[in-house]
Write a protein that binds this ligand. Structure first.
Ligand code: GPW
Length: 832
């Protein structure tokens, strides 16, 4: 293996390489060199993919000097870093972001133009790395962007899935999943380092031994795999910093190969390799519903073990005293997926470094912090002790001991309260013995945070109430945020230009400065320009949907958008009942069509492949869409656009075009939401419940510029406690009944009454998320939307105020809050 120390010495001694010429000519030379010598083609024969790869590598070169410099300074300063441990990083396309961060946009556009190449075409050649499901994964990507931009040392650690989130297609309106082979055409943004591979072990058993008079335990694993790091650049915005995202890919170990060779069974040997590589093969597509599958636990331990080993052995100096670990690192656990890192670090310190338990535990409690992203009981991860013990026997023992010592403390504080002890145990006994990962993270972590004010409140008051009583000082809130670079500056160049023209460009890294736009809400010319930009964005979306999906969208209608994972708690069916009800009332003559605001209802949603109800709902949205879009009776008034495969790339054109943002989860169910923030910052008004970060959005933008409806969280609790009966709403509300009956009649399924029966029956019989209870309030709020939209000037004023007052939702602010409340990792002074 290469001598890491010597590698480090070389890094330290590197003189800054001459910065590549940042001129059109300089760029063009570099680009052509990459095309010729990197891709091995000349310009006249280069495919779009050749050109894209050459461009990506050229941009990468410009950033490379900064990356090396960042690493060198990091090594010199030995400052405290954040290690963001996340099973998902939903990055989205990289090219534009790299161009923006490096300040090369204009040079590249001109240089390519001179060669007769359209930058936009190359941009579209990039397949986005979809290494996440939804909000949680995208949040991780926004956070690392912000940390780089704020000059905070951070390493993102995750998994390099060979297949990211599936590609969604529709066949007769039903979701069909296709593999996301995102690496097929080459991935120019990654740097593999097979020489720095880490061995990760699984299975086997534990044994005790006498270590010079001390009894110690060692783990004798049964099998192991290699983790190969792939590094990605995380460039800060125009600040010269480039942080690292390190994703791990699983490979067979050489021992594996040898075994195969000795056994002489070639086919079996190759199969064994595949077995190892399976670990990082595919992203689990369930959002907020853990599956408890063994391979998933393998993934979790795999990336966490690689990351800890990498940090302790490669990132820290060789002779580093681990007792000082809390001065150098905080491991932020993105939900419970990486929580197995806790017993892993205990194992390293106690078994391998031979520390005593208490010393190790004291360090652990300072270096981990846990973010919870849900309130749904079914989303709280639990691993069967049986499975965990088979895969990680030593870790299970360690968890047992952590639990015993923790419960001793609980018993001491609350004598004779065995009920409480059982409630708080990290180990559940029913329905089978299992490990409650959120409890483990709470007991071991220095802090526990929710992701919006209401969510953190409910966590402390309900889901983790015993723990917030026991460890009140651990509980805190950090409201989520989104990166303004990707979701405003890049996604909405029109609006960005307008803002910069009005207040300068400081807002890109200091989003609270959008406040300076407030007076302009009353400026008629500003509002006209603002509206013009919204219209242009709609036209841009029209082009994209025509090309991408063959969808014809009418840019002269209100664009009403609901994009997010398909989940019953998010209530896509409530949105659909609104549409169906409008349709039903128009076609039955209850509503005068001329009084209906022309709207396009846009949906985007993937369902977990095994989530039957979610897939039914997708089928229903498409079925309603087909019927309505073909019915001349509502032509020009109502239409549905449901492009397949909603992803980050589509979000970037859809959100800036939206007029109305649908954030209609049942109160108390959506931890935060982050799409809600993206819409507000792009000048859409929100119709929403008092849930997650909607609460804070409404408080900031003001009640007059937000359409609030529905039960509040305490009201929901009361309704449920009193015994919820959805049929009573059905029976007492004619509008609701007609809408549901129309679906049940087979109107949207060619007369077949069976197809969507499960959806209707579920709403009438169970309706876990109180769709029927909130239906009328939702319709009333939609009437208020129509009334407001009719006054174009007032609507635009509200939209401008939404932008001006949403600066709080920058992920830069989230990062500041994490730094102040949890991490204590000050930004690096660039002049130090
Ligand atoms: F269930 N979230 C997500 F908490 O996207 F683990 N996937 C998940 O598996 C979970 C949460 C989990 C989302 C929340 O639903 C959303 O409300 C929040 O804004 C987002 O995480 C980022 O915090």
């Amino acid at each position: 293996p290469p001598d890491v120390a010597s590698v480090r010495k070389v890094t330290q001694n590197t003189e800054p390489i001459a910065i590549r010429e940042r001129t059109v000519d300089g760029f063009t030379r570099e680009f052509l060199r990459e095309l010729n010598f990197g891709q091995g083609v000349d310009l006249s024969r280069a495919s779009v993919n050749d050109q894209y790869l050459a461009l990506a590598r050229t941009v990468r070169h410009y950033l490379m000097v900064r990356w090396l410099e960042t690493l060198r300074r990091q090594y010199e300063l030995q400052a405290k870093s954040v290690a963001y441990l996340s099973a998902e990083f939903l990055l989205g396309r990289q090219l534009d972001n790299a161009l923006l961060a490096s300040g090369l946009q204009d040079v590249v556009e001109e240089g390519l133009g001179n060669l007769g190449i359209d930058l936009a075409t190359l941009r579209d050649a990039e397949v986005e790395p979809g290494l996440g499901n939804g909000g949680l994964g995208r949040l991780a990507a926004c956070f690392v962007d912000s940390l780089a931009t704020m000059n905070v040392p951070c390493i993102g650690y995750g998994i390099r899935y060979e297949y990211g989130i599936f590609r969604q297609t529709f066949v007769d309106g039903w979701q069909v999943e296709k593999p996301d082979n995102w690496l097929a055409l080459g991935s120019p943004w990654e740097f593999p380092h097979p020489e720095a591979a880490v061995t990760v072990s699984f299975g086997g058993h534990t044994e005790t031994y006498d270590d010079e008079g001390t009894e110690r335990t060692r783990w004798v694993p049964g099998w192991s795999v290699l983790g190969v790091p792939y590094n990605y650049m995380v460039p800060g915005f125009e600040n010269g910093r480039v942080n690292t995202l390190r994703l791990w890919s699983a490979q067979a170990t050489r021992a594996f190969d040898l075994e195969i060779f000795n056994a002489g069974d070639y086919a079996e040997a190759v199969r064994a390799q595949t077995f190892a590589e399976n670990i990082s093969k595919v992203l689990y597509p369930e959002d907020s519903t853990p599956q408890g599958k063994e391979l998933r636990l393998q993934q979790q331990y795999f990336f966490v073990a690689c990351s800890l080993a990498n940090f302790l052995e490669e990132v820290l100096p060789e002779d580093f005293d681990l007792r000082r670990l809390p001065e150098r690192i905080i491991f932020q656990l993105n939900d419970t997926h990486p929580v197995i890192a806790i017993p892993e670090l205990m194992r390293i310190l106690v078994d391998e470094r031979k520390w005593n338990w208490d010393d190790a535990w004291a360090v652990i409690q300072k270096v981990f912090a846990y973010t919870c992203h849900t309130l749904l009981p079914e989303a709280l991860e639990v691993w069967s002790a049986d499975l965990l013990g088979r895969l990680l026997p030593r870790h299970l023992e360690i968890i047992y001991r952590i639990n015993e010592e923790f419960l001793d403390g609980v018993r001491e504080r609350y004598p004779d309260d065995e009920l409480r002890v059982r409630r708080m145990s990290i180990i559940a006994e029913h329905p089978e013995r299992s490990v409650r990962m959120a409890f483990l993270a709470t007991v071991a972590g220095t802090k526990v945070n929710g992701v919006a004010a209401l969510h953190s409140q409910l966590l402390a008051d309900k889901v983790l109430h015993d723990f917030s009583e026991y460890f009140p000082e651990k509980f805190t809130n950090v409201t989520n945020g989104i990166t303004p670079r990707r979701f405003v500056r890049l996604a909405n160049p029109g609006l960005s230009g307008l803002i910069t023209g009005a207040i300068g460009d400081g807002w890109v890294t200091d989003l609270e400065r959008l406040k300076e736009l407030e007076p302009l809400a009353d400026d008629a010319e500003f509002r006209r320009l603002f509206r013009e930009i919204k219209t242009n964005n709609k036209h841009r979306l029209v082009d994209v949907l025509r090309e991408r999906d063959g969808i014809e969208l009418d840019p002269d209608t209100m664009l009403d958008v609901m994009v997010k994972r398909l989940h019953e708690y998010k209530r896509q069916t409530l949105k659909l009942l609104h549409v169906v009800s409008l349709y039903e009332r128009i076609t039955s003559g209850v509503l005068d069509i001329d009084k209906v605001t022309p709207r396009t209802f846009a949906f985007g949603a993937k369902a977990a492949p095994g989530y039957r109800m979610a897939k039914q709902i997708i089928g229903l949205i498409n079925a309603v869409g087909r019927t309505i879009n073909e019915d001349p009776a509502v032509k020009g008034r109502l239409s549905i656009a449901f492009p397949a495969n909603y992803n980050v790339t589509l979000a970037e054109t859809l959100i800036p075009a939206a007029d109305l943002s649908e954030q209609i989860s049942l109160a108390g169910k959506e931890a935060s939401g982050t799409g809600n923030m993206k819409f507000a910052l792009n000048g859409a008004l929100t119709i929403g419940t008092d849930d997650g970060a909607n609460v804070e959005i409404r408080q900031l933008v003001g009640d007059d510029h937000f359409f609030l409806f529905g039960l509040t969280e305490p009201e929901v609790a009361d309704v449920v406690d009193a015994g919820y009966h959805p049929t009573s709403y059905y029976e007492s509300n004619k509008t609701l009944r007609h809408a549901l009956d129309l679906i049940a009649s087979g109107k949207f399924s060619g007369g077949d009454r069976h197809v969507f029966e499960p959806v209707v029956a579920n709403l009438l019989q169970e309706d876990r998320f109180l769709v029927l209870a909130d239906f009328q309030a939702y319709l009333d709020a939609q009437d208020r939307v129509d009334a407001a939209y009719a006054d174009t000037d007032a609507w635009t004023r509200s939209a401008v105020l939404n932008v001006a007052r949403s600066g709080f939702f920058s992920s830069d602010r989230s990062m500041r809050d994490y730094i102040d409340r949890i991490w204590h990792t000050p930004p690096i002074d660039p002049n130090a």
